[in-house]
Design a protein. Structure first.
Length: 94
């Protein structure tokens, strides 16, 4: 199972409620707004990710993850979006 970082941009002027819907949808798909590990200072813990960035694992390919997320967002939240997904093997937080 691979880990993925996903950045979602909702185009236009989405409301805070729309972003809450996005967070709920992404959590339902197994992607969180936090990441567990050790930061560059050696501190272990659970760290918040930047706005509308999610992290999680999937057995799907990177392109399949991006497509699945985009399809769900377009069906449930809004159609004018950008979804960027990357398979993550290492990460650093500063």
């Amino acid at each position: 199972m691979a880990n993925f970082a996903i950045r979602v941009e909702l185009k236009g002027d989405p409301s805070a409620e729309t972003y809450e819907e996005l967070h709920t949808l992404m959590e339902g798909k197994g992607f969180d707004r936090t990441i567990a590990g050790v930061d560059l200072k050696g501190n272990s813990g659970i760290f918040d990710l930047p706005h509308a960035v999610y992290y999680g694992a999937s057995t799907d390919s990177c392109s399949a993850v991006a497509e699945s997320v985009a399809k769900a967002i377009k069906a449930e939240i809004q159609s004018n979006i950008i979804v960027f997904a990357v398979e993550a093997t290492h990460w650093a937080l500063r």
